[in-house]
Design a protein around this ligand. Structure first.
Ligand code: SF4
Ligand code: SF4
Ligand code: F3S
Length: 268
């Protein structure tokens, strides 16, 4: 497709682990190639672009100017705000993450926080949060879509980007600005072990007989009853699996402040 037919996408990396980008590259419907050759024009993405150094910096500056008002902005990672943002500087000119996100947000047609770090601060914001890490929505003056999850599934990322590409607007959101189509149901309500929960069949200890039988993981720390996400129905990695199917309880990774609020993740 011609560039004019594709939506420019600028993807920034702030304080993060790149797990959300890892999730993105596993997309299959459409896959990443179709996404970036037919539907979006990926103007800047630190782990996927060919450019490096000054050229990369120029590409970002060019995209911010040339597509002002029209680009979709995706952000991966929290924004460190303590000490005037100096815990994170990016690129050759030493701009702080805070400066970069504020400038990029100004000209964005829509902003999507990809993952719990960008959405709510994530692990960086866990107590005592020495860098003052915050979610993007806390530092910009615009509405931000939050794709909770550490990482969110490739379906939740690509589905949200494609919604904007197809309809020119953002999907309906829940109280934490997460798209309802992806985060509208509790993990617990679609879990394949739910029958075990209702029958009172619980794993009491990892590796016990109940664990071998696929019993419910609630007593060993599963936070599925308090977590909204589509992991049980959409799964990860081409529908192959998700945490509970793999034998570990849900950690509540799509919820705000889950590192603090949902601990202990495991009850031995
Ligand atoms: Fe990594 Fe999780 Fe943050 Fe994504 S949300 S960047 S996977 S720590
Ligand atoms: Fe609910 Fe977790 Fe048990 Fe599944 S494993 S039924 S999500 S408590
Ligand atoms: Fe996260 Fe729980 Fe899904 S830990 S990946 S929301 S099953």
């Amino acid at each position: 497709a011609e560039l004019a037919d594709r939506v420019p996408l600028i993807w920034l990396h702030l304080a993060e682990c790149t797990g959300c980008s890892e999730s993105l590259v596993r997309a299959d419907t459409p896959n990443l190639d179709t996404l970036i050759f037919d539907h979006i024009s990926l103007e800047y993405h630190e782990t996927l672009m060919a450019a490096a150094g000054w050229q990369a910096e120029e590409n970002l500056e060019h995209a911010l100017e040339a597509y002002k008002g029209n680009y979709l902005l995706a952000v991966e990672g929290a924004v460190p705000t303590a000490n005037n943002g100096t815990f994170l500087t990016v690129g050759c000119k030493g701009h702080t993450g805070m400066e970069i996100i504020k400038e990029a947000a100004e000209g964005a047609a829509a902003i999507v926080s990809v993952g719990t770090c960008a959405s709510f601060g994530g692990v960086q914001a866990a107590a005592p949060n020495p860098t003052g890490a915050k979610g993007v929505y806390e530092v910009v003056n615009k509405s931000v879509v939050n794709l909770g999850g550490c990482p969110p599934s490739e379906k939740n990322i690509v589905g949200t980007l494609m919604y904007f590409v197809m309809f020119g607007r953002l999907p309906a959101l829940d109280m934490f600005n997460r798209p309802k189509w992806a985060y509208g149901a509790r993990v617990h309500d679609n879990c394949e072990r739910r029958g075990r929960f209702d029958a009172g069949e619980f794993v009491e200890k990892f590796g016990d007989e109940g664990a071998k039988q696929g019993y419910c993981l609630y007593k060993v720390g599963c936070k599925g009853p308090y977590t909204y996400n589509n992991c049980p129905t959409e799964r990860f990695n081409h529908h192959v699996s998700w945490p509970v199917l793999a034998g570990h309880g849900c950690m509540g990774c799509s919820e705000p402040n889950f590192w603090d609020d949902m601990a202990d993740f495991e009850k031995p």
